[in-house]
Ligand binder design. Structure first.
Ligand SMILES: O=C(O)CCC(=O)C(=O)O
Length: 276
């Protein structure tokens, strides 16, 4: 069944940012925007994303208590857009891509990848970490849209950000782990970084930079915390020499046959928005 036109229209029309919004994003390393996606959009796409996540859960059948720290944090599935044409509509939509481009200040943005991150009932914390240590990108012009698929009270484990931490060079080589949780929590105290954790209403979307410290609490509710994320990068983003196996794994997953130093413009990283 084709997606109703009112849904297609809602995900492609602009959401207007103020210059204060852009300044806040650049100073804080994140922004939490209200009412980015209408309820009807989330009610339409949530069951599709949930079905794909369930069907392709790489750890299906493993009990929560038998999972490691990462597995307890969330069920993770990458590039849902390749599974379903309707998810492609959402992941490729202009409303979110334009927001990403205006926040990071580029002429246009490409997709890096999308993923679903479902925290099971009683699921564990997402340890403090930075995203960009996984990405072989030669600049910090990237941003993740975090899109909860239900209203998300604090006890369900919404994202929590270290305000302004993208400018502090903390734990940039530490992969997400018990160690990253401990090291970053200590650094946050020492540097007096303010932690911002607030509930998300349905339709709220946050955007955070690749170097922003962030975590999420556990899910203390009996419902799954369903979230979808889309990672955008500058349309001119170049592939840098890898510093770790994680970055090499990302190159293999997302960067096609891009040569070192070249623009990452393979079939998995299409341009999603370009200002006229
Ligand atoms: O959803 C989560 O718990 C973590 C998400 C995250 O770290 C991210 O999207 O960068």
């Amino acid at each position: 069944m084709a997606t109703p036109q009112r849904i297609i229209k809602a995900i492609n029309e602009p959401y207007l940012l103020t210059s204060d919004d852009v300044q806040a994003f650049r100073e804080d390393g994140y922004i939490h925007l209200a009412g980015v996606l209408p309820d009807a959009v989330l009610e339409y796409y949530e069951p599709i994303i949930s079905k794909i996540t369930q069907e392709h859960d790489p750890a299906a059948g493993v009990a929560l208590e038998d999972k490691d720290l990462y597995g307890k944090a969330f069920i993770q599935l990458g590039n849902l857009w390749q599974h379903d044409a309707q998810v492609t509509e959402l992941v490729f939509c202009k409303r979110l891509a334009r927001l990403a481009s205006e926040l990071i200040g580029t002429q246009g943005v490409r997709l890096y990848h999308d993923q679903s991150l479902y925290k099971e009932p009683s699921g564990g914390i997402t340890p403090w970490h930075v995203d960009q240590q996984y990405w072989p990108m030669d600049s910090s012009k990237n941003v993740t849209a975090w899109i909860p698929l239900q209203s998300t009270p604090v006890e369900m484990g919404p994202l929590c950000f270290g305000r302004g931490s993208h400018l502090k060079y903390i734990a940039r080589d530490v992969k997400i782990s018990d160690e990253s949780e401990r090291i970053i929590a200590q650094a946050i105290k020492k540097e007096k970084i303010i932690e911002i954790q607030v509930p998300y209403a349905l339709g709220d979307v946050s955007f955070h930079s690749g170097w922003t410290l962030h975590r999420a609490g556990g899910n203390a509710t009996e419902q799954p915390r369903k979230a979808h994320t889309i990672i955008y990068m500058d349309e001119q983003m170049r592939l840098k020499k890898r510093r770790s196996q994680n970055q090499e794994n990302d190159r293999i997953s997302w960067c096609g046959d891009t040569a070192d130093g070249g623009v990452i413009d393979g079939p998995l990283t299409p341009i999603l928005y370009r200002a006229d």
